[in-house]
Write a protein that binds this ligand. Structure first.
Ligand code: ASP
Length: 587
């Protein structure tokens, strides 16, 4: 007889008392209390207590055979638990299922860790036994959250006229910044596909095709050195619109974020999300992804420093440098050791040192306090009694970025963020190019399909560093969550941009000819954006690792302990592809 469950393990309530029910799930725990056996049966929806009583239709010995993670079917009657036995921590805690039949659906070998939220299993083991790890209620919730949020995205964008369109995974090698993963072609031996770093070029071509509004929850693959929050494959909510402007993109995306947050449990966010320029973000926060959950903005105190008695500051100013400061409210209470720690942070970010002083009533204490007038410094740095003032003298870039790091450390210490405080921010007007010291050349700051501001196009060849782009990032609590731009839809301008980054004439045609060709067939003005989906879900869930919201992630060294990839392959497979391996260094 085919059997199915009547309820899930999270469903039974006191209204069901007296009813018959069939549950199926995993044995979470068996408690043998001598004369009576309790089995907690778990599935994705919750846990229900099953009782096997002496003298009943199910023998206690049979019940005792059930071990952790065995799969069981229980037929029985729902019974109200006596008031004092109710388990308030469990949604089903007011009832239990009195077993009339207990069927073993499958056994489980001894699991390497207990399937429960608090686990001390290492991440390596969790990833190796991901099927067990994902059974943990916490992980099930994350999978549900991700699904739910994706549903909001699909609904919201569809309502706004966006079409969900798939783009290929086997594409031409046309790196966007990182290294492509290559896939050898068997049918065209010696040739390769690439796995896409993003659907960038394809979504632009869809605009040329007249699709007007596109989105996709897309897999992106980048063969780069991994960091804690990076994965070789990750997901983006990828979006592109025709005939658009920054204003329209911001407006639609603000609405998208507000819908995700509201409907997927993050609460209300206030819109419009504020916008600041890259230059302002750097000047105030020393970062292009400022955490605005706390103030402590950077101040320019160069003028005061130039007049001060502190020689080191004066020397830097005379050499064309700058002195910037942060007044940290309550920071006067920090110990000398903590201040030394801040100095270490500044030094790691390139500063030669961190000058400081404490502000007390009418005077400055410690550090470089004796070189400054109380009133003048507090006015210039915006400091009050009880603050710690920290200062860096250096070239502008170093002063800002090192104080940016110190600011984050101060924020963590003096204004620890509260859970559920979500501060979104748009950052725009980025420079189009960045100078790469190592390669000694200009690189696109984001990617090279971005449109420069009209009034700066003339400097493309003569002074590329001066050109700003119609580029924007969305940040949340100091993390970049999306990046996009208004694109270059003019093939000639696109060629000029490519040539600044060293992709000229023939090479541009060889690598990007298909895009340049498409652009020359009546490309509409267009722009778009992509959200880092894994990161967004991590932040929405209040977590700290993107690996927790990806069902099957790789380790930080790019390995998959569960399936053992990447793996060796048979010689024959390589021969079919026309490939032979070079001896490895260690062989
Ligand atoms: N394709 C870009 C990226 O992956 C996003 C965009 O510009 O739409 O960063």
């Amino acid at each position: 007889m085919e059997r199915s469950r009547t309820h899930t393990c999270g469903e039974l309530r006191k209204e069901h008392a007296g009813e018959a029910a069939v549950l199926m799930g995993w044995v979470h725990r068996v408690r043998d209390q001598g004369g009576i056996v309790f089995i907690d049966l778990r599935d994705r929806y919750g846990t229900t207590q099953v009782v096997v009583e002496p003298g009943g239709p199910v023998s206690l010995d049979v019940a005792r055979e059930f071990k952790r993670e065995y799969v069981a079917e229980v037929r029985g009657t729902v019974r109200l638990r006596p008031e004092e036995m109710a388990n308030r921590n469990l949604q089903t805690g007011e009832v239990e299922l009195v077993a009339e039949e207990l069927v073993l659906l499958n056994r489980c070998v001894t699991p390497p860790f207990v399937v429960e939220d608090d686990t001390d299993a290492s991440e390596e083991i969790r990833l190796q036994y991901r099927f067990l790890d994902l059974r943990r209620p916490k992980m099930q919730k994350l999978i549900e959250l991700r699904h739910h949020a994706a549903g909001v995205v699909r609904r919201y964008l569809s309502d706004k006229g966006f079409l969900e369109i798939e783009t290929p995974l086997l594409v031409r090698n046309s790196p966007e910044g990182a290294r492509d993963f290559l896939v050898p072609s068997r049918l065209s031996k010696g040739k390769f596909y690439s796995l896409p770093q993003s659907p960038q070029i394809y979504k632009q071509i869809l605009m040329v095709s007249g699709c007007d509004r596109y989105f996709q929850i897309a897999k992106c693959l980048r063969d780069e050195d991994l960091r804690a929050d990076r994965q070789p494959e990750f997901s983006q909510i990828d979006i592109e619109l025709s005939f658009t402007t920054e204003g329209e993109v911001f407006d639609i995306m603000d609405g998208l974020l507000a819908a995700i947050w509201k409907e997927a449990g993050g609460g209300d966010i206030s819109t419009p999300i504020p916008v600041i320029s890259h230059a302002e973000a750097m000047a105030k926060y020393g970062s292009d992804k400022p955490d605005i959950r706390f103030g402590m903005e950077i101040q320019d105190i160069s003028e005061l420093a130039a007049r001060s008695e502190f020689r080191a500051f004066r020397a830097v100013i005379e050499g064309g440098g700058t002195v910037r400061a942060i007044a940290a409210p309550g920071g006067a209470s920090l110990s000398r050791r903590e201040i030394d720690g801040l100095e270490e942070t500044a030094k790691r970010a390139g500063a030669k040192g961190l000058a400081w002083c404490r502000v007390s009533e009418g005077k400055l204490d410690g550090g470089v306090g004796r070189f400054f007038d109380h009133e003048a410094l507090t006015a210039a740095a915006g400091a009050s009694t009880g603050d710690l003032v920290v200062m860096v003298a250096a070239d502008e870039k170093t002063a800002l970025s090192s104080l940016g790091q110190v600011r984050l450390a101060l924020g963590g210490r003096l204004a620890p963020p509260s859970a559920g405080d979500f501060r979104f921010l748009w950052v725009n007007r980025f420079p189009l190019f960045e100078w790469d010291d190592e390669g000694e050349r200009w690189e696109p700051a984001h990617h090279m399909f971005t449109l420069p501001y009209d009034d700066e196009i003339e400097f493309l060849e003569t002074d590329p560093g001066r050109v700003h782009a119609r580029l924007y990032d969305m940040t949340l609590n100091g993390v970049e969550i999306a990046s996009g731009s208004i694109r270059c839809h003019d093939p000639e301008l696109q060629r000029r941009i490519m040539s600044v980054v060293g992709i000229r004439g023939e090479e541009a045609d060889r690598r990007f000819g298909f895009l340049l060709n498409a652009l020359s067939y009546g490309a509409p003005p267009h722009g778009g954006i992509a959200f880092g989906w894994d990161r967004l879900i991590t932040l929405l869930a209040g977590g700290d690792s993107i690996r927790d919201v990806i069902p099957f992630p790789k380790t930080t060294s790019g390995l998959s302990p569960m399936d053992g990839s990447p793996s060796d392959v048979e010689e024959e497979l390589l021969a079919d592809l026309g490939l032979r391996l070079l001896p490895r260094k260690e062989d």
